[in-house]
Write a protein of this length. Structure first.
Length: 478
């Protein structure tokens, strides 16, 4: 709970006056659509049989989130990382390869995917093709093509889905939307968002060349399965199990890591959809070893920097970036310019705001005021300056968005026939696409890329189009 007492009180009040969307009739219809195998196997308890792919890291939190259900299978390529999860769920069968698990264990109703970004698609698609409900961590996939295919698959296979941007189930993001829809800050033309990643928070390496040494693969890790669909490279601890987010082949950088959290409120409240253009400015700061090698060399550092930076750009995301999105008018909402900052870069502070942006957050700027919020579901959202916040508290709008009991529970309820989860793939897919357009712009910097969402292509960049769909290695399919 954020420290602001005004928002604290508003959140507290909301718990006693929730507004639910939908009717009894629509809920009954949704209930009938659930396969009888889900409802009948564990009657009368009606618990889901859940498998978790990726047990360490986020997998531990996801296991806690669904502890009310039956955990029947655990899958991880790293037995050391999975050790605690396996120990706490001794009844679950253990696998290394999710493809083997899904083929062998037929009692699975739903699957949670907590793997690195580059294997989200293959695991989620394999589960949905077998009729399993899917919860997948953010970002939904590693590429725009993969995201689009997963969104289409959710419709095709009629399974319950949820993306793991946990703040989407919070009270704060609902308040943020309701305030904006009520006209609290007027028409919004500008959004600034920022993150202290990759250097802040759970930091990860960026702006690095590929390591040349080749340490031995730990006995507990199946490196080939960890790589999954991406092109083979030698193992190094700078990739797995922790630091994969900054590498182009495995992660999606600071924007991919945090964008689905920080940009979620603006995307929902402003009904942004797809941008028409995206442009990025990036910074790669050569590491100290590079500068030491230049000092030891008779050649000028200026002669070596271009080649060195090209090597960095082929391997990792930048150490800092600014990404500019442009969105067209949507209904009665005006065009919006959204700017993303990371790596220590920050937007200008609005008038009336005290010093200190915080490590992650956004300013949603209207012609009548500004909303400032943190990460994960508009955490701590408030109108600034303080005088406007206090004035607005006396005339708060009604609660029009359904409140949920939690992100995992929202998905569990959907699996059992309730309303679709609020960050299902129909919502989470387009949100992730917007984020990933920015990561592509980082790889084609200083060019304004024009995006045609319907055709899923850039109309002015062959290089950018080559980054929409990945090339999988032999043995994996797309």
């Amino acid at each position: 709970m954020p420290g602001d007492p005004i928002v604290k009180e508003e959140v507290k009040k909301s718990l006693s006056r929730r507004t639910f969307m939908g009717t009894a009739a629509s809920t009954a219809f949704a209930f009938k659509m659930v396969p009888s195998r889900v409802l009948g196997r564990n009657a009368p308890s009606n618990k889901l049989n859940i498998a978790v792919i990726g047990v360490g890291g986020r997998g531990g939190a996801n296991l806690r989130g669904v502890k009310s259900e039956n955990i029947v299978a655990l899958c991880d390529v790293d037995m050391e990382r999975a050790r605690n999860g396996i120990k706490r769920n001794p009844q679950a069968k253990v696998y290394r390869d999710f493809r083997v698990m899904l083929d062998k264990q037929r009692d699975i109703d739903a699957v949670i995917i907590s793997t690195p970004d580059h294997t989200h698609y293959t695991a989620a698609m394999a589960a949905m093709e077998r009729g399993k409900h899917v919860y997948c961590e953010k970002p939904l996939a590693h590429s725009i093509y993969e995201v689009r295919k997963l969104t289409e698959a959710a419709r095709k296979y009629k399974v319950a889905t949820q993306m793991g941007n946990q703040g989407h189930s919070s009270e704060h993001i609902r308040l943020c939307c309701e305030w904006i829809w009520d006209g609290a800050i007027g028409n919004v033309h500008q959004v600034y968002a920022w993150s202290d990643r990759p250097m802040g928070g759970y930091a990860f390496p960026s702006g690095l060349p590929r390591p040349k040494d080749t340490p031995q693969v730990p006995d507990t890790l199946n490196w080939d399965l960890w790589l999954g669909p991406v092109q083979y490279r030698r193992y190094h601890p700078i990739y797995a199990p922790i630091y994969w987010r900054g590498w182009l082949d495995f992660g999606t950088g600071a924007l991919g890591d945090m964008g689905c959290h920080i940009l979620d409120p603006a995307f929902w409240a402003l009904k942004l959809g797809s941008p028409v253009s995206v442009e990025a400015n990036t910074s790669y700061n050569p590491n100290p070893e590079f500068w030491m090698s230049c000092l030891a060399s008779s050649r000028s550092p200026k002669e070596e920097i271009p080649k060195y930076l090209d090597e960095l750009r082929q391997e990792t995301y930048p150490v800092a970036s600014i990404v500019h999105y442009e969105f067209p008018a949507r209904g009665d909402m005006p065009p919006v310019k959204l700017t993303w900052f990371d790596g220590g870069m920050l937007p200008p502070r609005p008038e009336g705001m005290a010093k200190g942006h915080g490590g992650n957050g956004a300013f949603i700027i209207g012609d009548k005021g500004v909303i400032h919020h943190g990460s994960h579901g508009a955490n701590g959202c408030r109108i600034i300056p303080e005088s406007k916040m206090r004035e607005y508290l006396s005339k708060l709008p009604p609660k029009t968005i359904k409140r949920v009991k939690g992100h995992h529970q929202d998905w569990i309820d959907a699996c059992k026939g309730g309303d679709p989860a609020s960050s299902n793939f129909y919502y989470g897919g387009p949100l992730t696409e917007m984020v990933l357009l920015g990561t592509i712009a980082m790889r084609v910097p200083e060019e304004k890329l024009l995006w045609d969402s319907e055709k899923m292509e850039f109309t002015n960049s062959k290089k950018a189009n080559e980054l929409i769909k990945p090339v999988y290695r032999k043995g994996w399919t797309l």
